[in-house]
Design a protein around this ligand. Structure first.
Ligand SMILES: [Mg+2]
Length: 189
């Protein structure tokens, strides 16, 4: 089968990592419970930043957020390694900015994610992911972001939602823990 995965907040816990970096950089100690209750993708509000300040903070911190020690979600790496061992095709589709694509691929390889040549797509807009998903004729695609998921209503792929506080309103098969992934694709296929 052909599987496609978003990276940030689907395979790796990027926002939580960024939240902890923000705490360090801003000299704050805002607890994880506040992070876990956020109803939007952006994380700046609990730090008292305006939209503009939040965007600036994110853009200036991106390098550090992306290429330090962001952990993957428990079970994500093992699940993808297992799929690769079983001979499935694994594609990555991330809308990280173009200038970070080569290093992102190298970073993912360094974490142990199985990445074959031509299986890594990066630098598109959220709304452009759908074209790649259709062109690749993926059997399964996993993402966390409502803005992406709402463009995928007509794709033939089975779309699975990685559970996050900000996507509770989205009605799709929901992946709460990566250890459940194989069960979900078998049961709901
Ligand atoms: Mg994502």
């Amino acid at each position: 089968m052909k599987f496609g995965f978003d990276i940030d907040d689907t395979l790796i816990n990027l926002r939580a990592h960024a939240f902890s970096l923000y705490n360090q950089k801003l000299g704050k100690n805002i607890p994880q419970e506040v992070f876990q209750a956020l109803q939007r993708v952006e994380i700046h509000e609990p730090f008292g930043l305006t939209e503009t300040e939040g965007a600036t903070m994110w853009n200036h911190s991106m390098e550090e957020i992306y290429f330090t020690d962001c952990p993957s979600f428990e079970g994500a790496l093992e699940t993808l390694q297992l799929l690769a061992q079983q001979g499935h095709e694994i594609y990555y589709i991330t809308s990280r900015p173009k200038q970070y694509c080569a290093r992102t691929k190298a970073w993912m390889v360094a974490q142990g994610f199985p990445i074959k040549d031509n299986h890594f797509f990066c630098g598109m807009q959220d709304t452009e992911k759908v074209e790649i998903i259709q062109k690749l004729a993926l059997d399964v695609y996993v993402d966390d972001k409502p803005a992406v998921l709402e463009t995928l209503g007509n794709v033939a792929s089975k779309v699975i939602l990685k559970n996050q506080s900000y996507n509770q309103q989205v009605d799709l098969p929901r992946l709460n823990h990566w250890n459940d992934f194989l069960k979900i694709i078998r049961v709901n296929k």
